[in-house]
Design a protein around this ligand. Structure first.
Ligand code: F6P
Ligand code: MG
Length: 439
C-alpha cells in the first residue's frame, strides 16, 4: 500500500487537535489538580503527614506538566519504572529519530496528536505513582462515579427493558430478535456520547430515556453496518456453533458501560453469543475510560440498587463472570500510543487473543482514532484500507464522532456535511457502525 497520510496534529491551528491541546487538555489537568486538593484531608486521615506530602508532590508534578504543555516544551522521557516505561521511551526515541535532520525535538503542538494526548494521560499516571502512599489514587474516579449516579433514571429504564425482554426472548421470532439486537446496539452507540474528556472532565450523563429517542436519532447514523453484524452472529447461531465469542473493547465507564453490559447480556441471553470478552484500561485514561475497578464497582452498584430489575441485572452480570461466560481482560497495549496496525508487533499476545473472536466491537472515538491511525484520510477511503493491515477478526467500530477523522463515507457525503454543519465531526451528534470483515 502507498504510504498512509500524515497524522492529525496540533500544528494545524484551529483544528480540533489544536484546540484540544491548547484548551481541553490544560482544563483536564487543572481539574485533576483540584481533585487532589479536595482530597487533602482524606489523604491526611489515611496516611498522616506522608499523605499530605504526597499530595503536594503529585500536584507539583502535574503543574509542571501543565506548564511544559502550555509552553510547548519538548516531550521528555518517562522516568518512573513501570511495566510500559521502556516501550514509551522507545516510541519517543522513534519520533525523535524522524526529526533528527532538523535537530528538532518532539513537542506538544508539533508531534502527532494521538501520541501527545496519550502521553499526557500517561504522565498523569507517572505523577501519581511517583507520589506514594497515594500512588493508587485515580484522579478521575470521582467524575466517573458522578456520571453514573446522575444517569440513574436511564439506567433503571434500560435494566427494566432488558429484564422484560429476557423473559420473553424464547418467544421472539427471527425478525423480532433482530429488531431487539438493533435496538440494543444503538443504545450502546449513543451511550458513547457520555464521555467526560470532551467536556473537559465536566459531568456528562444520560438523563433522558434513550430507548424512546432511537427513531429520532437514526438519521444521525452515517455508516450503518448493523445488518452485517446480524448476519454474522445469526449465521453462527444457525450453524449451532458450540462457542460464539464476541469481544468488546470497552470505552467509558458510567452510563456507556451500562449500555455495553446490557448489550452483552442480551447477546448471551439470545444465544447470539456464548462468551463475551471485555477489554479495559490498566491505568486511568482519557478521563472516563473503564478500568477493572470501575467495572467491578459499577456491577456492584447495579446489584445493590433498590430497584428490583436493576439489581437483578447486577446479580446476573456477577454470575456471568463467575461462570466464565463473561471474561474481563486488561493489557498494557490499550494505554500505549500505538495505532492498532502495530498491535501484531508490539503486543502479539493480545492480537492472538483477539483472533479468537467471531466479532470484535470497538467502542468509542479513541478506539476509532487508533484503528485508523489518527490520520488525515479522505472521507471516502475504504475502512479496510485505513485499518492498514489490522484484521485480527471481523470487527466493527461503534462510535460517536468526536475527532476530525472519518473514513468509508459515500463520495461527497463528508464534504456536504462540512458545508452544512462545520462541526459535524466533533460534537458527538453523529455515529457509525462501521464493519470490516467477510460479507
Ligand atoms: O480528546 C480526544 C478524544 O479522543 C476526543 O476525540 C474524544 O472526545 C475523547 O477524547 C474520547 O472519546 P471516547 O471516550 O469516545 O473515546
Ligand atoms: Mg473514552
Amino acid at each position: 500500500m502507498a504510504n498512509p497520510p500524515a497524522s492529525l496534529s496540533g500544528q494545524d491551528v484551529g483544528s480540533f487537535a489544536y484546540l484540544t491541546i491548547k484548551d481541553r487538555i490544560p482544563q483536564i489537568l487543572t481539574k485533576a489538580i483540584d481533585t487532589l486538593h479536595r482530597h487533602k484531608s482524606e489523604f491526611f486521615e489515611k496516611h498522616g503527614k506522608e499523605g499530605t506530602e504526597a499530595e503536594k508532590k503529585a500536584i507539583s508534578l502535574l503543574s509542571k506538566l501543565r506548564n511544559e504543555l502550555q509552553t510547548d516544551k519538548p516531550i521528555i522521557p518517562l522516568v518512573e519504572k513501570f511495566v510500559d516505561t521502556d516501550i514509551w521511551n522507545r516510541y519517543l526515541e522513534y519520533h525523535q529519530s524522524l526529526l533528527n535532520e532538523s535537530d528538532e525535538k518532539p513537542r506538544w503542538f508539533y508531534s502527532p496528536w494521538l501520541f501527545v494526548e496519550c502521553y499526557m494521560y500517561r504522565r498523569i499516571h507517572e505523577a501519581i505513582i511517583q507520589s506514594p502512599p497515594i500512588d493508587d489514587f485515580d484522579v478521575f474516579k470521582e467524575s466517573k462515579d458522578q456520571s453514573f449516579f446522575e444517569s440513574q433514571e436511564s439506567i433503571i429504564a434500560l435494566c427494566t427493558y432488558l429484564q422484560q425482554l429476557v423473559r420473553t426472548i424464547e418467544d421472539l421470532d427471527e425478525s423480532q430478535l433482530k429488531n431487539e439486537f438493533f435496538k440494543l446496539l444503538q443504545i450502546s452507540l449513543w451511550g458513547n456520547k457520555c464521555d467526560l474528556s470532551l467536556s473537559g472532565g465536566e459531568s456528562h450523563s444520560q438523563k433522558t430515556n434513550v430507548i424512546n429517542s432511537l427513531e429520532d436519532l437514526k438519521p444521525f447514523i452515517l455508516v450503518n453496518d448493523m445488518e452485517h453484524l446480524w448476519s454474522l452472529l445469526s449465521n453462527c447461531k444457525k450453524r449451532e456453533k458450540t462457542s460464539i465469542r464476541v469481544d468488546i473493547v470497552l470505552d467509558n465507564s458510567g452510563f456507556e458501560l451500562v449500555t455495553d453490559l446490557i448489550l452483552a447480556d442480551f447477546l448471551v441471553s439470545s444465544e447470539l453469543a456464548t462468551e463475551i470478552h471485555f477489554y479495559g484500561k490498566t491505568i486511568p485514561w482519557f478521563v472516563s475510560d473503564t478500568t477493572i475497578h470501575d467495572f467491578n464497582w459499577l456491577i456492584e452498584q447495579v446489584k445493590h440498587s433498590n430497584h428490583e430489575w436493576t439489581s437483578k441485572c447486577g446479580a446476573d452480570w456477577e454470575n456471568y463472570i463467575k461462570m466464565g461466560r463473561w471474561v474481563y481482560h486488561d493489557h498494557i497495549f490499550w494505554t500505549l500510543p500505538h495505532e492498532y496496525c502495530a498491535m501484531s508487533q508490539v503486543a502479539p499476545d493480545l492480537y492472538a487473543e483477539l483472533q479468537k473472536a467471531h466479532l470484535i466491537l470497538f467502542k468509542g472515538d479513541l478506539n476509532y482514532r487508533k484503528l485508523t491511525g489518527d490520520r488525515k484520510w479522505e472521507f471516502s477511503v475504504p475502512f479496510h484500507e485505513a485499518l492498514n493491515g489490522f484484521h485480527p477478526a471481523p470487527l466493527c467500530s461503534v462510535r460517536t464522532l468526536k475527532a476530525e477523522i472519518q473514513v468509508g463515507l459515500q463520495p461527497g457525503q463528508g464534504e456536504q456535511l462540512t458545508a452544512s454543519e462545520p462541526s459535524w465531526l466533533t460534537t458527538g451528534k453523529y455515529g457509525i457502525f462501521q464493519y470490516d470483515g467477510p460479507l
